[in-house]
Design a protein around this ligand. Structure first.
Ligand SMILES: [Zn+2]
Length: 117
């Protein structure tokens, strides 16, 4: 049995996450992301070969475009919202809860950096 209070609580949580992102905006930003992926600017980012999250070195084919603020949460397909991420970090980010992801990043920061070659 679901009480009125439960329904009210769920409604509040949903509103918090949706943040007035409509489908048209999402589609437009996804389209822009595709364009951005083809840009010379992005190709240069990939050529640098670093994952934004774990700091590892990868070949351009191993890197994917990640939105710092996901498009589905109102993030934009702009240069300051996209970063190169290795496939592992990308799928981690997708499947972890935001809090677990934060913990993962914190762990990455604490690791001693390998000396740059
Ligand atoms: Zn990574």
């Amino acid at each position: 049995m679901i009480s009125n209070t439960d329904i009210f609580m769920k409604g509040t949580v949903m509103e918090h996450f949706i943040l007035e992102v409509n489908e048209t905006d999402v589609r437009r930003e996804r389209e822009k992301s595709r364009e951005l992926r083809k840009s010379r600017w992005w190709q240069n980012r990939l050529a640098l070969g670093g994952c934004h999250y774990c700091g590892g070195s990868f070949s351009p084919e191993e890197l994917t475009m990640d939105h710092l603020v996901p498009v589905s949460r109102g993030g934009k397909a702009s240069r300051n919202n996209v970063v190169p991420a290795c496939k592992e970090c990308n799928s981690r980010k997708k499947y972890l809860l935001p809090i677990e992801w934060e913990e993962y990043l914190a762990k990455q920061d604490n690791q001693p950096m390998e000396s740059s070659k």
